[in-house]
Design a protein around this ligand. Structure first.
Ligand SMILES: *[C@@H]1O[C@H](CO)[C@@H](O)[C@H](O)[C@H]1NC(C)=O
Ligand SMILES: *[C@@H]1O[C@H](CO)[C@@H](O)[C@H](O)[C@H]1NC(C)=O
Ligand SMILES: *[C@@H]1O[C@H](CO)[C@@H](O)[C@H](O)[C@H]1NC(C)=O
Ligand SMILES: *[C@@H]1O[C@H](CO)[C@@H](O)[C@H](O)[C@H]1NC(C)=O
Ligand SMILES: *[C@@H]1O[C@H](CO)[C@@H](O)[C@H](O)[C@H]1NC(C)=O
Ligand SMILES: *[C@@H]1O[C@H](CO)[C@@H](O)[C@H](O)[C@H]1NC(C)=O
Ligand SMILES: *[C@@H]1O[C@H](CO)[C@@H](O)[C@H](O)[C@H]1NC(C)=O
Ligand SMILES: *[C@@H]1O[C@H](CO)[C@@H](O)[C@H](O)[C@H]1NC(C)=O
Ligand SMILES: *[C@@H]1O[C@H](CO)[C@@H](O)[C@H](O)[C@H]1NC(C)=O
Ligand SMILES: *[C@@H]1O[C@H](CO)[C@@H](O)[C@H](O)[C@H]1NC(C)=O
Length: 464
């Protein structure tokens, strides 16, 4: 009788768990205020003289189309339809209340002439271009202070033709920092969805000083050895939701940032309320989800769930340095599957890289309340490399329900960190050995342990 009852309980627990994960899978966490990009008016890029032969430069057509679209701003906005074809263009500036719609087999191609990407002022939170002093090339598609902008379609492609830029970078012939593919500055209510991004010169999608940004169901691809081709970099932005993305690039898949050293500290625009859901990807030299290294305006309330990272250098990384100031706090990452990853979890307090010599080495970042929960890993070399800063320990790092098949004999190295752990295999390092109690020490764990994690333990005991 007793055994039967136990089996019924386990079966019920499994049933609950099954339904729970099904419910998560089918739903969308990102709430969009836009109507998926539908508009009462539509114009086609050919109406502005564009030619989709891959050779004709169409920058003027895009500029004219945007100018024309401003007349619909107070009429529900309008859609710019990009039909099948190869539409070569230089950088152009978006306007508000528009949908840029790329049909199936429509490709927006970035010009391979650097002058078609004008040089603009550096961002105030960076003080200079990220890779060179001075200005930076303007992104292919850029919006300043726009609202209600949708970039979407039927899996059309935006191809930056970045290899020329990567060659200039490797050859040391760049005069200014490379351009991103899409950048939105000081903007709100932005949706980027149902598209493919190929071969960005630098970062792919960069919302900076933005609010209410949704990035959904995009594919981002660049060669694994292309320099700094980050996937999505929410920067000094809030209420950003990233969902159902496949990213395979030469740098971090998603990197949450908020400005650089003294410039980021004084500009003081944090990134907060960033959600990442169902991300799959691969990066040979960097991390699946990174926070930093530019985090000087502060980063808080990061929720990442259902993440699969394979063939990568790092799974999750928090990168910072003396001089950064700022903070990273209230981070909750859960439901991570790793395969063929060198370092599952990395905290790096000595990342280095400063904008100039006037940074303040006493401006120490505060890193606290980072919870990493429910991680499984196969063929992981090192479980954790957790390195804080002397005199500035990273605190309340909480690890729970972590199971990694690790090949290294010393799976964890930890210094200047403190925290708690529960159900971590291989056994974690001493500074994190204390059991998670009370749960309020750990960000977001108290609500979670009551509902979801307990049935998880029942199934674990049953199968192991
Ligand atoms: C993406 O495309 C699908 C299929 O056409 C559509 O149902 C969905 O609404 C689109 N999503 C967004 C966010 O544009
Ligand atoms: C941004 O746009 C709003 C209206 O859309 C306007 O009131 C504001 O002045 C603009 N700000 C800048 C810096 O251009
Ligand atoms: C994702 O986008 C593709 C086209 O790129 C579309 O066919 C599919 O329905 C979209 N899926 C969702 C969940 O929106
Ligand atoms: C969209 O196109 C890309 C590249 O062309 C392809 O890899 C991807 O599978 C396509 N996505 C969908 C949902 O069809
Ligand atoms: C850098 O400037 C030099 C001299 O003006 C110019 O020849 C070169 O094309 C520029 N490089 C790039 C990548 O624009
Ligand atoms: C967090 O951002 C989401 C959009 O991604 C928004 O719906 C939600 O209201 C925000 N939460 C708070 C507390 O602002
Ligand atoms: C991955 O990076 C390593 C160096 O860390 C390099 O040897 C290897 O060729 C890279 N693999 C790919 C597919 O780029
Ligand atoms: C743990 O994460 C995996 C992968 O995202 C997910 O399928 C599973 O439901 C999660 N388990 C719990 C108890 O949340
Ligand atoms: C394990 O992962 C490493 C990369 O970290 C990879 O080179 C190796 O082939 C993987 N081994 C197996 C058996 O997949
Ligand atoms: C984590 O906390 C935030 C804010 O309280 C909440 O919106 C979110 O649902 C929580 N997530 C989980 C998995 O408990």
């Amino acid at each position: 009788m007793g055994t039967t009852l136990a089996m019924v309980i386990v079966a019920l627990a499994l049933l609950f768990l099954g339904e729970h994960s099904l419910a998560i899978r089918s739903g969308s966490l990102c709430k969009t205020t836009s109507s998926g990009g539908e508009r009462p008016h539509t114009v086609t890029i050919t109406e502005f003289g564009a030619v989709g032969d891959g050779v004709t430069l169409n920058t003027i057509a895009f500029i004219n189309a945007m100018y024309y679209l401003t007349s619909f701003e107070d009429k529900g906005g309008a859609k710019l339809f990009i039909p099948a074809g190869k539409w070569l263009t230089g950088s152009f500036i978006l306007v508000s209340h528009i949908t840029l719609w790329l049909d199936k087999d429509a490709v927006i191609l970035g010009s391979t002439i650097s002058d078609d990407w004008p040089v603009i002022e550096p961002l105030p939170s960076y003080g200079r271009g990220r890779e060179l002093p001075g200005g930076r090339h303007r992104s292919l598609i850029i919006g300043y202070n726009v609202t209600d902008v949708v970039i979407t379609g039927d899996n059309g492609t935006i191809d930056g033709q970045g290899s020329v830029w990567w060659n200039w970078f490797h050859g040391g012939t760049l005069n200014y920092t490379r351009p991103h593919m899409v950048e939105l500055i000081d903007s709100k209510d932005v949706l980027i969805s149902n598209l493919t991004f190929l071969n960005s010169p630098f970062w792919n999608i960069h919302p900076v000083y933005c609010s209410q940004v949704v990035i959904q169901n995009v594919t981002i691809i660049a060669p694994l050895d292309s320099p700094n081709t980050d996937g999505i970099d929410p920067d000094s932005s809030n209420n950003v939701c990233i969902e159902d993305c496949y990213i395979r690039t030469g740098d971090d898949l998603v990197a949450i940032k908020s400005g650089w050293d003294q410039y980021g500290i004084s500009f003081a625009h944090p990134s907060t309320n960033i959600t990442i859901h169902r991300l799959i990807g691969e990066t040979n030299v960097s991390a699946g989800i990174a926070i930093g290294s530019e985090m000087s305006g502060g980063v808080s309330e990061v929720y990442a769930e259902d993440i699969q990272i394979f063939n990568s250098k790092r799974g999750i990384a928090v990168k910072t340095s003396p001089g950064r100031g700022g903070y990273v706090k209230a981070v909750y990452i859960s439901g991570v599957i790793l395969k063929n990853v060198q370092i599952a979890i990395e905290f790096n307090g000595q990342y280095g890289e400063h904008p100039d010599e006037t940074y303040d080495p006493h401006a120490l970042p505060r890193i606290l309340k980072v919870t990493i929960h429910n991680v499984t890993g196969d063929n992981v070399t090192v479980a954790g490399h957790l390195e804080g800063i002397k005199g500035d320990d990273f605190l309340n790092i909480c690890l729970s329900d972590i199971n990694l098949r690790v090949t290294s004999r010393s799976p964890w190295t930890c210094s200047y960190v403190g925290g708690f752990s529960d159900f971590v295999s291989p056994d974690t390092c001493r500074p994190l050995k204390r059991k998670i109690y009370p749960e309020s020490h750990c960000y977001n764990l108290s609500s979670n342990l009551q509902s979801v994690a307990i049935p998880n333990r029942i199934t674990r005991w049953r199968s192991w």
